[in-house]
Design a protein around this ligand. Structure first.
Ligand code: GLN
Length: 492
């Protein structure tokens, strides 16, 4: 790590705008650090070296001309490989998209470009964002910067690891059931899933459209607020994007949290919780109380059904969304096929990995006539009950605190043979997606094995500011987010 790659985005922007560092210098330091480091972790699928230097030169020029270079001037950012960047391959870490090149920018990518961010490259992920460990990538797993024998979480594991290892100052990911928050927690960084509809999904390859949301990875609450501001906003190209005000999330960090009511769902703090996760959370609760927050026990009685509901609805939506990968329009086409039907079958058989096939089968089954009402309709009804539980809880509290993940990072290979165990990694993050709420994971300690632990804050729709403010105050008092993986310091 060098001095520049260790800085936060807010610090970098101040330096660059103040002409105390050049973007080219920052970009080169980042590229050098990636070249040195990513061999051990495999966060990136590709790094756009020449483009990085070119983008940096342009921002330097606008600084030199005293133009406004943008809110993220010169900040290196990594992009999960399911968001389109014009001219870059977008593979969703799947063989089926191995030959696909994006023909336009996702809306979030356009926003990043217009604010002067430097797009570094594409990050590894579980194939089509299905997974919790990044082991379902067709291109090989990503490793956790805190311990290379462990998974970084998933599905946005490449983005989380890149930010944790200081290879990217910021990153974006997508979160359908926890894919930003869970890897953020396991890698010791901040990760936020905004309210459904806050950020445009245009140009995000769809997994489960009623749950998917793009969001930031960062190393401070200030950076998370800054990036969220850039990503947010109404987009006529996404019919589920909401036309609501985008507050100044950075200004919202100020003020105190005196008297703020934080709910602790009793269902999340049961005896089954990993003891070290539990004690880290208890310590965090004490700290929040000391800062003036009021902790209140609450109940979310239907949350125990969330995992089951998710594993019906998400595969149903995925089976429909993934029907477009037919060997005709995108990427891979089997060379073996003689007839049209054979081409569909063989391209899909060769192109999709085992977890994606499992989801397509689950979804197709649950949507088939005769089973539709018993599974899909029933799951939608329970989804409503889960949503109502939250609405009721938010009558009495301003935010809800839970663990992000039930355990710290586990070993590579530990859960690959047991899909149900893998699915349980998202037990605490999934309810938030089903209810469309904002959620953030922030670092709150370490296990005895020196692996990061995260806590999750959930808020009312469009109240990301409340969560960021709590995060900011907590981390100012307990700066867990400042810890870097040991190899970063050694390499300094
Ligand atoms: N791990 C969950 C799944 O496999 C969530 C993934 C996500 O949020 N994209 O579906």
């Amino acid at each position: 790590m060098n001095e520049l790659t260790g800085l936060t985005a807010s610090e970098l922007v101040r330096l660059i705008k103040g002409k105390r560092a050049s973007c080219v210098e920052v970009a080169q330091a980042t590229l050098d650090w990636i070249a040195k480091t990513d061999k051990s972790f495999h966060s990136f699928l590709s790094v756009a070296e020449n483009e990085v230097r070119e983008q940096a030169r342009r921002v330097d020029q606008s600084v030199a001309r005293n133009e406004d270079p943008g809110m993220l001037a010169g900040v290196p950012i990594a992009i999960k490989d399911n968001m389109l960047v014009k001219g870059w391959p977008t593979t969703c870490s799947s063989k089926i998209l191995s030959q696909y090149t994006a023909t336009y920018d996702a809306t979030v990518v356009s926003h990043l470009r217009s604010e002067g961010a430097i797009l570094l490259g594409r990050t590894n992920m579980d194939e089509f964002a299905m997974g919790s460990s990044t082991e379902n990538s067709a291109l090989g797993p990503t490793r956790n910067p805190w311990n290379a024998e462990c998974i970084p979480g998933g599905s946005s594991g490449g983005s989380a690891a890149a930010v944790a290892a200081r290879m990217a100052t910021l990153a974006i990911g997508s979160d359908t059931g926890g894919s930003i928050r869970q890897p953020a927690s396991l890698c010791g960084v901040l990760g936020m899933k905004p309210t459904y509809g806050r950020v445009s999904r245009f140009g995000l390859v769809a997994f489960a459209s009623s749950l998917d949301q793009i969001g930031p990875f960062a190393r401070s609450a200030e950076d998370c607020a800054l990036l969220l501001k850039v990503l947010s906003g109404h987009d006529p190209k996404d019919s589920t994007s909401m036309n609501v005000d985008v507050p100044d999330f950075t200004a919202g960090l100020q003020g105190d949290i005196q008297g703020l009511r934080i709910g602790l769902p009793k269902e999340c703090f049961s005896d089954g919780l990993h003891s070290e996760v539990k004690s880290a959370l208890e310590a965090a609760c004490k700290e929040l109380e000391r800062l003036g927050a009021k902790l209140i026990e609450i109940s979310l009685p239907h949350s125990s059904f969330a995992l089951a509901v998710y594993y019906i609805l998400a595969p149903c939506e995925a089976s429909s969304n993934l029907a477009r990968f037919d060997g005709v329009r995108y990427g891979l086409r089997s060379a073996e096929a003689g007839t049209l039907v054979e081409m569909y079958e063989r391209s899909r058989d060769e192109g999709f990995g085992p977890e994606v096939k499992r989801r397509i089968m689950l979804g197709t089954y649950a949507l088939s006539s005769g089973y539709y009402d018993a599974y899909y309709t029933k799951a939608q009804k329970v989804r409503t009950l889960i949503k109502q539980d939250f609405a009721k809880a938010f009558e009495n509290v301003d935010a809800i605190l839970t663990p992000t993940a039930p355990t710290p990072a586990f070993k590579i290979g530990e859960k690959t043979d047991d899909p149900l165990q893998m699915y349980l990694s998202d037990v605490f993050t999934i309810p938030c997606n089903l209810a469309g709420l904002p959620g953030v994971s922030i670092p709150c300690g370490f296990s005895s094995g020196k692996l990061p632990i995260g806590l999750q804050l959930l808020g009312r729709p469009f109240e990301e500011s409340v969560l960021l403010k709590i995060a900011h105050h907590y981390l100012t008092a307990a700066p867990w987010h400042k810890a870097a993986p040991p190899f970063c310091a050694e390499a300094n």
